[in-house]
Write a protein that binds this ligand. Structure first.
Ligand code: ADP
Ligand code: MG
Length: 206
């Protein structure tokens, strides 16, 4: 089972991870965007960590609702509302829960990813964060019945592969799409921040 405390620890660890990877993510965004993705994620999760300390959420749903609200409020870029929506959908799936099993985790993530799709209208291969989320979700579904750690690691590996597979793609959504063919040959920053989110989940929740 994944507990409320582990979820809070995961989110707080993301504050550290995005702060450490800020320059890396912003450099990726400089290649095909406006160079702020690392700053956006670091600022967003720093605010999230403080909000969690203040709110002391009683269950997993309440914790992720706080994450969502805080991200939407503090992240100006496209990624703020997209990750905000992701966490809002997960929060609804986990309402009132103190702990969750692997199938509940997978089902909630699927709702979250559907939220990203509905808001951003991107499809597989458009060179967005969804190109990390989709393979991760597939890996989680295939791992149903195995241990939580094994499943989360499979999802993290799939997200890493998905992020790397964005390099040869041409962007069709978001700021990078303005570059047309010049977006080819660079790794998508949002797919990379999703990879980090899922790698951290495997490390803390597994
Ligand atoms: P902005 O592009 O507004 O500066 P960020 O730099 O924070 O915002 O985030 C850029 C990332 O957001 C991209 O690398 C991409 O992964 C993701 N993104 C942008 N538009 C979409 C979309 N429509 N659907 C899914 N993800 C998107
Ligand atoms: Mg940007």
């Amino acid at each position: 089972m994944i507990t409320r405390q582990q979820i809070v620890d995961w989110i707080k660890k993301l504050d550290t991870v995005y702060s450490e990877q800020k320059d890396f993510l912003s450099r990726l965004d400089s290649d095909i965007g406006d160079g702020d993705h690392g700053v956006n994620m670091a600022r967003g999760f720093n605010a999230v960590a403080s909000a969690l300390d203040t709110a002391q959420p009683a269950d997993i749903g309440a914790a992720l609702k706080t994450v969502s609200t805080s991200l939407i409020k503090t992240v100006g870029g496209a990624s703020g509302p997209l990750y905000g929506t992701f966490f809002l959908r997960c929060a609804a799936a986990f309402a009132g829960k103190q702990e969750i099993d692997l199938d509940a985790w997978t089902a909630a993530l699927e709702k979250g990813v559907q939220g990203i799709e509905q808001l951003g209208k991107a499809q597989k291969g458009d060179k967005t964060m969804l190109d990390a989320w989709f393979p991760a979700l597939d890996a989680l579904k295939s791992a149903s019945g195995s241990g939580i750690k094994e499943a989360l690691e499979a999802a993290a590996d799939a997200a890493e592969e998905g992020a790397r597979a964005t390099i040869p793609l041409q962007a069709r959504k978001g700021r990078a799409s303005y570059l047309g063919e010049r977006s080819i040959g660079h790794q998508d920053p949002g797919a990379t921040s999703t990879m980090l989110l899922l790698q951290t989940a495997a490390a803390i929740l597994g």
